[in-house]
Ligand binder design. Structure first.
Ligand SMILES: Cc1cc2nc3c(=O)[nH]c(=O)nc-3n(C[C@H](O)[C@H](O)[C@H](O)COP(=O)(O)O)c2cc1C
Length: 416
């Protein structure tokens, strides 16, 4: 499978591992960063070695692990100078306090002071430490200076207590690091994005749905956030984790609910991307009680709202992206949809192709615009999401040049 777009390809990341209970997760983090194409050098604090051995991180990173400020006299200058980004995971209350106050008493804290690029921290500690107002002041000070924070999450802590303080999931830390390197061509753009299936109920326990998992839509949400957009995600039932950094999130069940949630926010929206698979039909009648099992059952269906078409007909419509999931290479149907629905773009995918479509992490898509067609090879949904946004960005630029309506909409929003 071609996987050309590794956001972290050729990036040098200097990872600080400190003495928190989550230190063992650093091994996974290093591996995942390397999978994304990065080269990783690790600095361990003395306390972190009580939780994890340098050897584990040396094996994971494939590089020497640094620790003492006097082991290699120029490492506190050279390591940061060669890094594109510094990350600290887990970040103890201690390193956050030291960094916020300019203390440089070991290799990691000294490197943080001499580093000129972006820093990502993943705080991790007991909730009592996290709640401490002095710690919170230190954290605010760092974020005010542009340090990017990811997590912590709520949940069961290493000590067995429940509360806030769990280090963010490794995938979320990776997401934040990727976002530090992403272009911000959607900065402040408002995007309504739909994802997942809908459920159309027959009775209180039975419904008609489809195989959509929401993976493509959630991947687009993450890419939009990385590229600076304000994202409103309207999601049908999905077991995926809500992406961090959303402006708002609406959980809906039926196609009608999806439509209503979208129309509430449509007036202030620049772009609508409909990656969801809302049902096309819904039972005419929803029974109040569970239908009894007796003989044959026939059900009459009605059409659900055609959201794409409805938005396409709006006078000042936002940039509109629809999806066409087809069984077979029916590009003709996708092209017809582009015209019929008055969309700016249709993303076609053949859900019966191997590795493509529902519930997998890869997709093979064709991006169809009025005078352009781009067929892409099988790739991860994250990469497909980036490709879709590249095409949207291109459409956005063209409309800004030629479309007075878009300019008016943009000016109107700016004035408010
Ligand atoms: C078992 C154990 C677990 C600890 N877990 C954490 C933690 O998750 N977060 C934290 O801020 N401190 C934690 N500490 C305290 C730090 O290890 C201590 O503050 C240390 O000085 C941190 O040093 P460093 O920031 O240089 O790594 C823990 C201590 C022990 C003994």
């Amino acid at each position: 499978m071609k996987n050309k777009r590794k956001v972290l390809k050729n990036k040098n990341i200097l990872l600080g591992v400190t003495g928190g209970a989550a230190a063992y997760k650093a091994v996974d983090l290093v591996r995942r960063m390397k999978d994304e194409g990065a080269s990783v050098v690790v600095i361990m604090t003395a306390a972190s070695k009580n939780f994890i051995t340098p050897l584990s991180l040396e094996i994971a990173s494939g590089n020497r692990v640094y620790s003492g400020v006097f082991d290699d006299p120029m490492s506190h200058i050279n390591l940061p100078r060669n890094a594109d980004l510094m990350a600290i995971a887990p970040a103890t209350a201690n390193i956050i306090g030291k960094f916020a106050n300019g203390i440089a008493d070991d290799l990691l804290s000294t490197c943080l002071l001499s580093f000129k690029g972006k820093v990502v921290i993943a705080p991790s500690m007991n909730w009592r430490m996290y709640d401490n107002p002095i710690f919170q002041e230190n954290l605010r000070r760092l974020t005010a200076h542009g340090v990017m924070q990811t997590g912590p999450d709520r949940g069961t802590l290493a000590c067995g207590e429940e509360g806030i303080g769990r280090m963010a999931d490794v995938s979320e830390i990776i997401e934040t690091i990727k976002s530090a390197f992403s272009k911000k061509d959607f900065f402040k753009k408002r995007i309504i994005l739909t994802a997942g299936p809908t459920r159309e109920y027959l009775d209180p326990v039975r419904f008609l749905s489809n195989r959509s998992s929401g993976k493509m839509g959630y991947a687009i949400a993450r890419a939009c956030i990385r590229r600076g957009a304000e994202v409103i995600l309207v999601s049908g039932p999905s077991c995926l984790k809500q992406p961090q950094g959303l402006k708002s999130f609406f959980r809906v069940e039926t196609a009608q609910e999806m439509r209503d949630a979208m129309f509430k926010r449509l007036a202030e929206t620049d772009i609508v991307i409909m990656a969801a698979a809302p049902a096309d039909f819904s039972p005419e009648k929803k029974e109040k009680a569970k239908i009894e099992k007796s003989g044959k059952l026939s059900v009459n269906f009605k059409n659900t709202p055609d959201i794409l078409s409805e938005i396409g007909q709006l006078k000042n419509k936002p940039i509109l992206v629809g999806f066409a999931a087809e069984t077979g290479r029916r590009l003709d149907r996708a092209k017809k949809k582009l015209i019929q629905k008055n969309a700016d773009m249709i993303v076609f995918n053949n859900v019966t192709a191997v590795g493509s479509g529902f519930d997998v992490d890869t997709n093979e898509i064709t991006i169809i615009r009025k005078n352009k067609e781009l067929s892409l090879p099988l790739m991860t949904k994250d990469n497909a999401a980036e490709a879709i946004l590249d095409a949207v960005s291109d459409t956005m630029k063209k409309q800004a040049k030629s479309g007075p309506i878009q300019r008016l909409r943009a000016n109107h929003r700016r004035r408010r």
